[in-house]
Design a binder for this molecule. Structure first.
Ligand code: PDD
Length: 284
């Protein structure tokens, strides 16, 4: 099926949407993006994704002229045009095209792209078994709170995980885990405390992370926002990662070592249930 995508004000068949070879997103990874899940044709955590998009754009001083209403209307229209019921919307804003130069002026016209991917989000089979991860040195730039398209290091780390027979990698910096290649990382200690790294420039401020922490606190779970070491993760009762597309994904193996009984744990399962129920109710 040929999707209809959005490019700079136009709706186009995906094979006709073209971006300049001089686009700074292509040359310098000078672009930010968002990924939001869609369930039953509705947007999950939309307002938070739109809010983070603005923060990423402001951080890089990329101008963006769409109003909140226009941006939401585009989300609705792309879902309707592609009849997407379950999957995701990807959007990217680059600074725009200019002859190659490390210096850029503030008056470039940004390149704005949106497309959909239909896929199973709720009944992801991996959630039944859980995933395995490797521990891998952090090697990304220092401003990971900005959701930029500089994803090469993460892509290579995930390829290395695959080579080692695992599903994903947890990055470690100064002896502490930052996050996974495209998700936030969390553990549940043997005492039942949910531990997750506090927000800083070391990690993306995940929207799903925020929602899951709120739900955990509401459910009376003890939550500690602090950095944790790989050894603490290996000794944990449970571990899981969160993202817009994986929701709450249990981690059952770290560097080949099985966590607990090797099955998704009760806290991860409970948080997933709470997340799905709560987010479906507030989807727009
Ligand atoms: N990635 N950390 C990183 C490095 C990420 O790339 C992501 C999301 C997250 C989770 O953030 P959120 O809960 O807002 O999705 C954390 C998206 C899904 C991606 O690149 O496809």
């Amino acid at each position: 099926m040929i999707r209809t995508v959005y490019l700079n004000g136009e709706w186009l068949p995906e094979n006709e949407a073209k971006v300049s070879i001089f686009d700074r997103g292509y040359m310098f990874a000078d672009a930010v993006y968002e990924v939001a899940a869609v369930i039953g044709g509705k947007l999950i955590d939309y307002a938070d994704h739109a809010g983070r998009l603005k923060r990423s754009l402001e951080a890089l001083e990329i101008p963006f002229s769409l109003t909140d209403e226009e941006l939401l209307a585009l989300h609705r229209e792309i879902l309707a045009r592609n009849a997407v019921s379950e999957g995701l919307i990807y959007l990217q804003v680059s600074r725009g095209a200019h002859d190659r130069d490390f210096l850029f002026s503030g008056d470039l016209a940004p390149t704005f792209v949106m497309f959909t991917q239909a896929r199973t989000v709720i009944d992801n089979p991996k959630r039944q078994t859980g995933i395995s991860v490797i521990i891998y040195p952090e090697g990304r730039w220092a401003n990971r709170q900005i959701k930029t398209v500089q994803l090469l290091y993460s892509s290579l780390a995930k390829m290395e995980a695959r080579r080692q027979g695992a599903d994903d990698a947890l990055f470690v910096e100064d002896g502490k885990i930052t996050e996974a290649t495209s998700a936030n990382a969390h553990i549940v200690t043997k005492q039942g405390v949910l531990v997750t790294r506090g927000l800083s420039n070391a990690l993306l401020h995940g929207i799903t992370r925020g929602s899951v922490l709120d739900l955990a606190r509401q459910a009376g779970l003890a939550v500690e926002e602090r950095a944790f070491a790989p050894q603490e993760a290996r000794d944990a009762a449970e571990a899981f990662i969160t993202s817009a597309t994986s929701f709450v994904m249990p981690v059952v193996k770290i560097d080949g070592r099985v966590l607990g009984d090797g099955k998704p744990g009760p806290v991860s399962k409970k948080l997933l249930e709470l997340y799905i129920t709560d987010r479906l109710a507030s989807a727009i």
